[in-house]
Design a protein around this ligand. Structure first.
Ligand SMILES: *Cc1c(COP(=O)(O)O)cnc(C)c1O
Length: 422
């Protein structure tokens, strides 16, 4: 793998620990010369990476600004206050907790605030696009709570609010969770709020995927509707890996205590500083344009893949996410993912709602899930999205030579470097 130039801190690492430095340089090159179509991935800015790689990583800071269990927190307190204020302004929230280490940690904390072990929770089933934290038996959520799954309409792929309402009435959940790892349409938060109010349930919005679109004004904001909004900072939002919780002033203290000391220890101050940088970037007109371009690119991709014969779930997308069934092309999802990988197009497989009466089963991954957050950060637009759809289809069908496709992918990615030199 051609290793070109190493940024200054990596030059230092290369001297001290070439074995590990080569891994980082190799991964950097891989990200730059292939197409990152994994819907949850993005490229953080050099400014975010600088904060992540800063000596704030050294600081222990249990507690919250002004009330820490460690000394010497005056400056990291400033960083956390900036992160919180920027997030509050960005999302119109009365309170934001920026300490959650990940999206899953944020969900854990939200459950800790609103639920007791054994409580009933209504959430999207995993085969329909629910996250592990929405009741997987392999996850704390499925072990500690009694999850009732709702699905999507098998024909349209859309959430059936009548089904959600009927399940809520039948099971009287303590909380309803809305949010998904693969739902390509906007979520109707007002409809979920109405259902939750009707049965006296709390509403948790797990907006891990769309929160970056919300920041850019390209998706509806769950903050006015949900008791607690859980989110990640590293998906479309383009910040460091991490989570956050947004809520009312009334729930602020309980949310903060659910994160620390209930489910976490010391806050990661370098990550919190990087979150502040990302929130600052997300408040700019350039990010608003980015978020809308992400959706425009996803729409082109969805339309072109449908024209190539893929079955596009819900017939299109409102977001950065596109899920498709390659079955009409006669190729299983796993095979398709392997062919795409050899051509330098990195995607996930996913479960898909089945047409007809057949039930979706867990572990069913015949679909492909794509996202446009990363390629849009690289500066690609509709023409590139359309070309990617052609390459993608040819490779999946097997009528495009993977080596020729690999070369074109390398050229395309090379014209849009995620970290342009100098
Ligand atoms: C990504 C995601 C999460 C978890 O985020 P991690 O940071 O990987 O823990 C939770 N819920 C949903 C809906 C997600 O898409």
């Amino acid at each position: 793998m051609p290793v070109t130039t190493a940024p200054a801190p990596l030059a230092e690492l290369l001297r001290q620990d070439p074995e590990l430095a080569e891994v980082i340089l190799g991964e950097t090159a891989r990200q730059a010369d292939s197409l990152q179509l994994i819907a949850a991935e993005n490229f953080t800015s050099p400014a975010v990476l600088a904060a992540l790689g800063s000596p704030l990583a050294n600081k222990y800071a249990e507690g919250y600004p002004g009330a820490r269990h460690h000394g010497g927190c005056e400056l990291v307190d400033v960083a956390e206050r900036i992160a919180v204020e920027r997030a509050k302004a960005l999302f119109g929230a009365q309170h934001v907790n920026v300490q959650a280490h990940s999206g899953s940690s944020a969900v854990l904390a939200a459950y800790a605030v609103l639920l007791r072990p054994g409580d009933t929770v209504l959430a999207m089933g995993l085969p329909a696009g629910g996250h592990l934290t929405h009741g997987s038996p392999a996850n704390f959520s499925g072990r500690w709570f009694d999850f009732v799954p709702y699905g999507v309409d098998p024909e349209s792929g859309l959430i059936d609010h009548d089904e959600v309402h009927a399940l809520a009435r039948a099971h009287r959940p303590k909380a309803i969770v809305c949010g998904s790892i693969s739902y390509p349409r906007h979520i109707d938060y007002a409809a979920f709020r109405a259902i939750a109010d009707d049965v006296g349930a709390h509403l948790i919005a797990d907006a891990a995927h769309p929160i970056g679109l919300v920041a850019g004004g390209a998706a509806p904001n769950p903050v006015p509707y949900a008791d607690i909004v859980c989110a990640t900072t590293h998906k479309v939002l383009r910040g460091p890996r991490g989570g956050m919780l947004l809520c009312s002033a009334e729930l602020a203290d309980r949310v903060d205590r659910a994160v620390f000391p209930f489910t976490q220890g010391g806050a990661q101050m370098h990550t919190i500083a990087a979150k502040a940088v990302a929130f600052g970037e997300a408040a700019t007109p350039a990010f608003t344009a980015y978020a809308h371009q992400v959706v425009a690119n996803a729409r082109v991709l969805a339309g072109a893949l449908a024209a190539e014969g893929f079955a596009v779930t819900t017939g299109g997308t409102d977001t950065h996410l596109v899920t498709v069934d390659p079955a009409p092309l006669g190729v299983p999802g796993r095979t398709a993912r392997g062919r795409l990988a050899s051509a330098g197009m990195v995607v996930d497989t996913c479960a898909l709602p089945r047409g007809g009466a057949a039930q979706v089963t867990a572990g069913d991954d015949r679909g492909l899930r794509l996202g446009t957050a990363a390629l849009t950060t690289q500066g690609m637009g509709e023409p590139e999205a359309a070309r990617i759809a052609v390459l993608f289809s040819g490779v999946v069908r097997g009528d495009l030579d993977p080596r020729a496709a690999r070369e074109e992918v390398r050229d395309l990615a090379g014209r849009f470097p995620p970290y342009p030199a100098g």
